[in-house]
Design a binder for this molecule. Sequence first.
Ligand SMILES: [Fe+2]
Length: 491
Amino acid sequence: MKVQVHDTLPHTLPEDDAHPYRSGAWRPQHVEYDAWDLNVEGELPGDLNGVYIRNTENPLHPPIERYHPFDGDGMLHSISFEGGEARYANRFVKTDGLIEELDSQESLWAGVAELPASAKAPHQIGARPQMKDAASTDVVVHQGRALASFYMCGDLYRLDPRTLATAGKEDWGGALPADGVSAHPKVDENTGELLFFNYGTEWPYMHYGEVSPTGELTTYQDVELPGSRLPHDMAFTENYAIVNDCPMFWDEEAMAAGLYAPRFHRDMATRFGVIPRGGGDVRWFEADPTYVLHWINAYEETTATGATEIVLDGFFQQNPSPKPRPEATLEENLYRHLDLHSMRSIPYRWRFNLETGQTIEGPLHDEILEFGMINGKYGGRPYRYSYDALPADGWFGFHGIAKHDVQSGEITTYRLPEGVYASETVMAPRDGSAAENDGYLVTFTIDLPNDRSQCVILDAANPAAGPVATISLPERMSSGTHAFWADATTL
Ligand SMILES: [Fe+2]
């Protein structure tokens, strides 16, 4: 392996940092590398061409008071495959907040679990403007550029997908909304469009937008909600976008006092807003109360009576608001909201009948799963396979990958050795791929026993058979959040 250090960012964290989400699998990285001629065990497939990018959180400074793992600065990791060769790079996303804190050498904004009034710097854009827009949640590739985004809404930071060279902020020709963009914008690989939403604390509380394949904002409309909400993800079909109003939102009284305290209302319906692509009236459907972090996919189906039904798959939390344990510390109770086993999140299907306005819903499986990825060419279209993370019990980490056949219900798994964690795993179709599962699963591991990270490539048709190739990386990365596969043809 040939490795070059691009930069090392100065940090002020203690050397013996023992914070549970700044040590172990969450130990932050502060060095930026370029690496090539990578050591490969097995054989790197010649028909795997494109880029796998993952976003991770890497704090540089101790928090003002209380750290939450979603407060760390965004760092992208990219591995690009071309003609049987792989190259790796990692870079911090040079957000406005990161640059200011490099200057001050301390945390200036209030983290998600901190008092908003403790922020020492001016408001940023987003639903909680006292927080730093760390661009650390999600990443997609649109118009050949990687766009890093933040779950509380903010700017979209652009980077070259292969080299991760910074390319400023996305602005869509000056039309990027003042309320910012939420994490989880969706790229429709079949049309090249980007669909997005944002949310906030002021009427209309949500907007929905569309961007053309060449980067023009073509749709931007109000989505009026009954109040401030906490939507995290959206879905789309060929003709509709689907946004959500889950009964988990900031307590209004607390908000009036300047605090953000999420409350789950178990007696309130979950509402789904169906919006025609291209813009138009929002049609609302009601369903059982829950909170959904991530959707898997959605598509349209024609019923026996000729009605159009929207099929939406995602992860239903059976226990969205785990009760605090009296014996636990405040931090421990806080981190229960990162444990998908506490929230008991299972794959689930909703059907919205556009003729009758009725919802039909129910589980697809009873296995605790989340972070489902699909072959992107099937986004918004009928599909069969979801490649999900197997969440570790008790904290926010993934100890394997589950391939879920949503038609038959069959689940096959690939489990990593003890102490090794996966990233959000993408499905990368092979060149000339003819079938939905004809391709590779690509993930980065966080390997504690060997203090290293690797890129693991599995056969998507048979992940249980184990790695096709394993590639060494320069340094163990921090476990993070979302990832994206960009086919070489889109770069
Ligand atoms: Fe997410």
